[in-house]
Design a protein around this ligand. Structure first.
Ligand code: TYD
Length: 213
């Protein structure tokens, strides 16, 4: 089983990934959690390139770097783990590329879908939990997590986080469109709710869809 989590920065994905991993592990499953970009030696180097704020990267360059990182992770880690029967939970997958590079940066969506298909070997999550939050609320949460003062320096943020509020509004809109167009795969959750309530909703959804899980 292949589960992905999506949402803008600060939506609280990593907390939910951790809690779901514990829940499924306690039920006796072998669970592998991964975060994109990254997860192999090469993919971690690509991650550093993408997130270090000192680099200027063109939208196409950005798309190809995220996709290269994903291809490395899928072929070397995700596909072998799924083959062994593990549950794989990823913090971000190709929907992030559609939302950020497509809707956020404005790249052509059809071209992007082709790149996504190539980079993922057409692998799709069985279910995608989308934690929805406004960029304003998400940024407030993110800054408080990083203990940044209200008057933070731009250098405290990574390259993606420096993209501005309008960018994040476009990204959120992209996610909402994706959720609307793939109602079966996407489970939309209000990320402003308490983390423990969101976790309960996630468990309920999974057990209703996969009673044996
Ligand atoms: P990360 O620190 O992992 O952020 P988060 O905790 O919010 O997941 O940084 C990943 C950043 O890269 C994040 O801003 C989203 C962005 N991203 C893309 O723009 N496209 C992609 O395909 C992926 C996987 C991530």
């Amino acid at each position: 089983m292949f589960i992905s989590f999506e949402g803008i920065d600060g939506a609280g994905k990593s907390t939910q990934v951790k809690q779901l991993k514990k829940y499924l592990t306690d039920k006796g499953h072998d669970v592998l959690t991964l975060r994109e970009p990254g997860g192999t030696a090469v993919a971690e180097k690509i991650r550093a390139l993408l997130l270090e704020s000192k680099h200027d990267i063109t939208p196409i360059g950005e798309l190809l770097l995220f996709s290269a990182s994903r291809a490395e992770l899928i072929q070397n880690v995700i596909l072998p783990a799924l083959k062994q029967g593990n549950v794989v939970i990823v913090d971000r997958f190709y929907d992030s590329t559609t939302a950020y590079q497509g809707y956020g940066r404005g790249l052509d969506l059809q071209m992007l879908q082709q790149v996504n298909n190539v980079a993922t070997f057409s692998l799709k999550p069985d279910i995608t939990f989308f934690l929805d939050i406004s960029p304003e609320d998400a940024l407030i949460r993110k800054f408080s997590e990083k203990s940044l003062p209200l008057a933070f320096e731009e250098s405290e943020l990574d390259r993606m986080e420096n993209s501005g509020l309008a960018f994040y509004q476009r990204v959120r809109k992209g996610y909402l469109k994706l959720a609307e167009s793939e109602k079966k795969r996407f489970v939309m959750l209000n990320a402003c709710n308490e983390a423990k309530n969101i976790h309960v909703q996630i468990k309920q959804k999974l057990t209703s869809l996969y009673p044996g899980l």
